[in-house]
Design a protein around this ligand. Structure first.
Ligand code: R5P
Length: 286
């Protein structure tokens, strides 16, 4: 059965349809003191395996996930597979200063206590898989972002804002079937202050798809889109796997002159244009 977290209900349904597994009923309540109760409905399907799929976009989402993992064990399933479409705290994969925790490791250890194996969709750093005390695999779903792109892009260029995201741009290009891949240089001065250095990439007259794993505050992508438009790109698209879109991210992109924004359903937002369910279903079959 597929057991969706509260932030992954559309993806859970898509995954159930893709795999043919039943979609479990779930409920998300709170007690008067604020504590959460994330539970399966009473009519739990009689199955051996549960796939809990939950984007941990908040602290509360982690609590929900731990409760759902425990609920499926309590219901008697033999195997619990946990899919994190988006792994919250994944960007804190090391201690950046004295006294800081490795938060991604702390979250991974907690999740691993309730799972037999884990899947992460395009984590920010693949190395976080090592933090789980159970087998953990990466699902590369970035190629799904080729689906919603216009079919008639002119001399398409798939551009990552930094070298670290270049493999994602390559995945989208490969799925699209044609075009070049390149990257900008990025310097992050603070949580919201990002500098993008264009380099020599020729963009004038071309349709450019800026590809990244996450759009959070939108600082990175709005700087990239501004740089591209300043250099006379024909059209500028943003394609990201995980549309966190916090604060004024959407407005920043519009003000930068983006043509269109496309994202997956690892986080369910209004820019979600394609599901990662086929990629996750493939990984589950392996
Ligand atoms: C960081 O290296 C990630 O790949 C993204 O570029 C980053 O998370 C985007 O954050 P923001 O939208 O706040 O610039």
């Amino acid at each position: 059965m597929i057991v969706p977290g509260s932030h992954s209900q559309a993806l859970g349904a898509a995954l159930a349809a893709e795999t043919g597994q039943p979609l479990a009923g779930v409920r998300f309540d709170r007690f008067p003191d604020g504590e959460r109760m994330s539970a399966l409905d009473a009519d739990v399907p009689d199955v051996d395996r549960a796939v809990v799929v939950a984007a941990t976009v908040s602290d509360a989402a982690y609590v929900e996930l731990l409760q759902l993992q425990d609920a499926v064990r309590e219901a008697g399933v033999d195997e619990v597979v946990t899919v994190l479409p988006y792994m919250g705290y994944g960007r804190q994969e090391r201690a950046f200063g004295p006294g800081e925790p490795v938060s991604a490791r702390a979250m991974a250890r907690a999740v691993a206590t309730g799972a037999d194996r884990v899947m992460l969709v395009d984590p920010h750093e693949a190395s976080v898989t090592d933090f789980f005390d159970v087998p953990c695999a990466v699902v590369d779903a970035a190629g799904r972002l080729a689906n919603p792109l216009p079919a008639d892009l002119t001399e398409p260029l798939f551009l990552a804002p930094d070298e670290g995201a270049r493999h994602l741009a390559a995945s989208v290009r490969d799925a699209y079937g044609r075009g070049a891949v390149d990257h900008f240089e990025k310097t992050r001065h603070s949580g919201t202050d990002v500098e993008i250095t264009p380099g020599d990439v020729p963009v004038a007259g071309r349709d450019v798809v800026a590809v990244d794993d996450i759009v959070a505050t939108g600082s990175t992508m709005s700087e990239a889109i501004t740089a591209l438009n300043n250099r006379a790109a024909a059209a500028t698209y943003v394609a990201c796997v995980h549309p966190l879109f916090v604060r004024s991210a959407r407005t920043k992109l519009e003000r930068a002159g983006v043509t269109a924004v496309y994202a997956t359903d690892t986080i369910e937002r209004d820019v979600t244009a394609v599901s990662v369910a086929p990629a996750v279903a493939d990984a589950l079959r392996r």
